[in-house]
Design a protein around this ligand. Sequence first.
Ligand code: AMP
Length: 194
Amino acid sequence: MTILILMGPPGSGKGTQAKVLAGRLGVPTISTGDIFRASVAGGTELGRKAQQYIDAGEYVPDELTNAMVRERLAEDDTRSGFLLDGYPRTLDQVAVLDELLAAQDRRLDAVVELEVDPEELVQRLLRRAELEHRSDDTEEIIRRRLQVYTEQTLPLIEVYAERGLVIPVDGAGEMHDVSQRILQLAESLLHRDR
Ligand code: AMP
């Protein structure tokens, strides 16, 4: 069983690489950003509550986010493991995840950190904004999202590093090359499991 977190700043290619990694490992990806966006698109109550934060580049309050993840992790497909993409993002979320895993007598295997130079991130995000027209991809919001990441999420790396769980991966350059590094990592994780 493999339980992983994929961490990386906005624009690091986290969503794409999460799918590559989870696909190779044969576990579902749980992307809180995707779930929020689907809730907004579907006009659900969660979506209505989350939208203002997402559009402003702010984090959705922990209470809402944690409740959503709690429900998601109770689903059957997570039994053989899962990969979290975009969660946890705050210290409060780390505490809740610890509690959820402990209650199920499971533990985290690793935290994969995608490392990308901040300058490269802004350029990539602006390019994506043109292609995808996401409501949170204007330059001002992009800068805000990077700031929020630095302030609230970067400290989590330290927490997990102290537990010896962090595996850094170079996220620079072409998406395809990053995927190759991610697949190499997947092989070593599969080996480790045996
Ligand atoms: P992402 O696609 O992972 O960049 O997420 C898009 C947006 O969804 C973020 O900018 C936040 O507004 C919200 N979001 C996603 N995951 C979380 C989380 N773990 N905690 C709070 N807000 C989140």
